[in-house]
Design a protein around this ligand. Structure first.
Ligand code: HEC
Ligand SMILES: [Cu+2]
Length: 263
């Protein structure tokens, strides 16, 4: 009897926990943002919103940040520090293939260090229930070779060719620019007479992105116009108001114009 109690109640749990600890401790340590001997890891900021992801690549001195949404591009084969936070409720940053998750808490930055061993595409998902469209909050993650990653960033840092000030851009300035930034968009076209604090995804490189609505639609020709007309059906309750008051033709023009926005 005593042998069973000691064996099953003490020895077995102690051995299993020690075994788990031996594997878990280095893994856990690897995800802490400790200083590295060799280089500073790349730092990428990810901000949770209901229900989309803002991704920022802080520029060196004097350089602008590169801002995108719902797509995370990272260098492969090296550790990357993700500084995460939220603008509204608590979300959680999670790329299952790369490791643990980190809560995104409004007003606070937390850091998690992750590494992709090789280039590839991974899925990310909000891992903390954050409201109606929690499951519609997906992140498309791409790990690139270091050179490709640098090229990707450089393209987005390069000053924009001037944006065409046609009818579509005017309509965008009138109906959309109060919530959505487009790098290089002329200030004089922005009409902001709304009283809300809703912020939408940065659309500077929307034409090059793989999905719309945080994974709700694949990007293809005509997809933006489709999203603009039916987004409340595709992603019910999402924070973008319906555009029923805008003519379909105008939405199609804006959609076609947005699809040209790529570095
Ligand atoms: C009141 C603020 C607001 C206005 C005005 C607004 N949007 Fe949005 N928009 C949002 C929000 C918030 C989202 C994110 C919805 C989601 O995925 O949950 C969004 C999403 C989008 C997306 C998908 C972006 C992505 O990263 O997948 C596009 C494209 C878009 N809006 C274009 C437009 C256009 C074009 C207009 C004008 C006709 C417009 N928006 C007007 C707030 C706004
Ligand atoms: Cu969530």
């Amino acid at each position: 009897m005593l042998r069973w109690v000691l064996g099953g109640g003490v020895l077995l749990p102690v051995l299993s926990i020690v075994a788990l600890l031996i594997f878990a401790a280095p893994t856990g340590r690897g995800m802490l943002p400790l200083p590295l001997a060799t280089t500073d890891p790349e730092r990428i900021e990810v901000i949770g919103h209901q229900w989309w992801w803002e991704v920022r690549y802080p520029g060196e001195e004097g350089e602008p940040d590169v801002v995108t949404a719902n797509r995370l591009v990272m260098p492969a084969g090296e550790p990357v520090d993700f500084r995460v936070t939220s603008e509204d409720v608590i979300h959680a940053f999670w790329i299952p293939r790369l490791g643990g998750k980190r809560d995104m808490v409004p007003g606070r930055f937390s850091t998690i260090r992750l590494e992709a061993d090789a280039p590839g595409v991974f899925g990310g998902q909000c891992a903390e229930f954050c409201g109606a469209q929690h499951t519609g909050m997906q992140l498309h993650v791409e790990a690139l070779e270091r050179d490709d990653y640098d090229a990707w960033l450089d393209e987005r840092r390069a000053p924009r060719e001037s944006i065409e000030k046609g009818d579509a851009a005017r309509a965008f300035g009138e109906h959309c620019a109060a919530c959505h930034r487009v790098a290089g968009f002329p200030d004089e076209l922005v009409v902001d007479d709304t009283e809300h604090d809703i912020k939408g995804p940065d659309l500077s490189d929307i034409g090059s992105r793989p999905t719309l609505g945080a994974g709700v639609l694949p990007m293809e020709e005509g997809a933006i116009a489709y999203w603009l007309q039916f987004h409340q059906m595709l992603k019910p309750g999402n924070r973008m108001p319906p555009h029923n008051h805008i003519e379909t033709e105008t939405l199609q023009d804006i959609g076609a114009w947005l699809e040209t926005l790529a570095p």
